[in-house]
Design a protein around this ligand. Structure first.
Ligand code: PFF
Length: 448
């Protein structure tokens, strides 16, 4: 099967499009709010720099050298007597599990884009009611929105790498950046900005507990789209002349910058009117629209821009979550792209409905396990277990199974000797140790 190639800028935008998602604009700000700001941000930045970036280079390397789907690339590159490494390639299926809840949230965003056109909530109670009705009572609307999200994503992925994925990223990513930086410039003029800046960058160590550290590490993988073969699958279409370390650096940098900008924008608006930062997942859906109401009509405009940016970020990430399985079905089972997209979309659409119903008052009990809603179980399993596990496998594979000379030859022209050795040390020791610690901690086997 011949894989199409991205252009260089097309690849950067597609990989950045994958990385920059709901994780940056929705999750990062509310996690920062919940875990007390500066110290959490610092741990997140350190993890991105010392582990995330190294694993990003490693994952791109497997795709660029293997040039196949996730399973095929691992199989191709594994030493002859250790072809069982192909099973690591099944990490590509994590994307479908993530999509079951990711698509539901994109659906909520679509709903807000229409709802907010008619005005913003004037009190937190009203905002809560809008959100709780959508999530808890109005399953039909939520299913319709989730379905629209599934169809849009399927439509783009069905067009393939060049005329679907590359094209849409070349449009949506710059648009998203213009919107967010525009909002940042406005936020800069508010009194709330300096408070937001202090909240995000002055570490309050007393707020940092082991849970916050583990969540920061887990989130750094989620936000960079690592550990499930999205970056690997895109890198199989990397143009020959592209430098892996440079590209990985640009993508990591863009992802981090956008998360920080989104945080600054949201907290500036919130602090301008004295709202509290630690409001959990409702931060963007409940607190932000209520606060923006203080700006009158301008507030509606800001809210629409913000939710549009959120929708763009979600869609570009969603296509990268679906593509690995689609590519796998095409490569392995000779399926047409359309059939592969249909089958993949159908699976996560159905499970997504289960996830969505698990939050409703009428169906919640049926779609819960041990008192936990299916939505939360899916999110926790991917974010905290499957992605770190995928990252660990990638680090071990590149650090120990791929021949050093081969790795060096692929990275050498854009990585000096010293940087290469630091990177390799990180991929062989720092990343695996940190990831193993994190997983053991999550399983409650060790406490840090
Ligand atoms: N990085 C995306 C976000 O921050 O929202 C989510 C994601 C996309 C995770 C693709 C994993 C992935 F492979």
């Amino acid at each position: 099967m011949k894989i199409q190639r991205f252009s260089r800028i097309g690849f950067i935008m597609a990989a950045a499009g994958s990385a920059v998602g709901l994780g940056n604009i929705w999750k990062f700000p509310y996690m920062t709010g919940e875990y007390g700001g500066g110290a959490f941000v610092l741990v997140y930045l350190i993890t991105i720099a010392f582990i995330g970036f190294s694993v990003m280079v490693a994952e791109m390397l497997i795709g660029a050298l293997g040039r196949k789907d996730t399973v095929g690339s691992f199989e191709e590159l594994a030493p002859p007597n250790r072809k069982y490494w192909k099973y690591a390639g099944f990490m590509g299926f994590n994307g479908i599990i993530i999509m079951t809840f990711y698509s539901v949230v994109i659906g909520w965003i679509f709903y807000y884009l229409v709802k907010l056109l008619f005005g913003l909530p004037s009190t937190t109670d009203e905002a809560k009611q809008i959100f709780n009705t959508l999530v808890g009572d109005n399953e039909i609307i939520a299913i319709v929105c989730h379905t629209i999200s599934v169809i849009i994503v399927a439509w783009i992925v069905n067009k393939g790498i060049k005329s679907g994925i590359e094209k849409i990223n070349l449009i949506l990513m710059p648009s998203l950046m213009i919107i967010l930086f525009g909002l940042l410039i406005y936020a800069f003029s508010l009194d709330g900005f300096s408070k937001a800046f202090a909240f995000m960058f002055e570490p309050k160590w007393e707020k940092l507990n082991s849970e916050a550290i583990v969540r920061a590490v887990g989130h750094s993988f989620f936000t960079l789209s690592l550990g499930m073969g999205a970056i690997l699958t895109y890198a199989a279409s990397l143009p020959k002349e592209a430098s892996i370390p440079k590209t990985a650096f640009i993508v990591t940098f863009m992802d981090t910058l956008i998360a920080l900008v989104a945080g600054l924008v949201i907290f500036s608006f919130l602090f301008q009117f004295g709202a509290k930062p630690g409001q959990g997942p409702g931060l963007v859906f409940i607190s932000l629209p209520t606060i923006l109401n203080n700006f009158g009509t301008l507030g509606i405009f800001f809210a629409l821009l913000f939710f549009l940016a959120l929708a763009f970020a979600g869609i570009t990430s969603a296509i990268s979550l679906v593509e690995p399985v689609v590519q796998y079905l095409i490569d392995r089972f000779n399926q047409t792209r359309t059939k592969a997209v249909f089958l993949t979309s159908l699976i996560y659409w159905v499970i997504g409905i289960g996830a969505l119903l698990s939050y409703t008052n009428s169906w919640g009990k049926i779609f819960s396990l041990g008192g936990k809603p299916l939505f939360d179980i899916l999110e926790y399993t991917t974010d905290s277990i499957l992605l770190p596990l995928g990252g660990l496998l990638i680090a071990i594979f590149v650090g120990y199974e791929l021949h050093k000379d081969r790795v060096k030859a692929a990275l050498e022209n854009s990585m000096g000797d010293t940087i290469f050795h630091i990177w390799r040390f990180s991929i062989r020791y720092i990343a695996p140790i940190a990831l193993i610690f994190m997983m053991l901690n999550l399983m409650g086997i060790i406490k840090i």
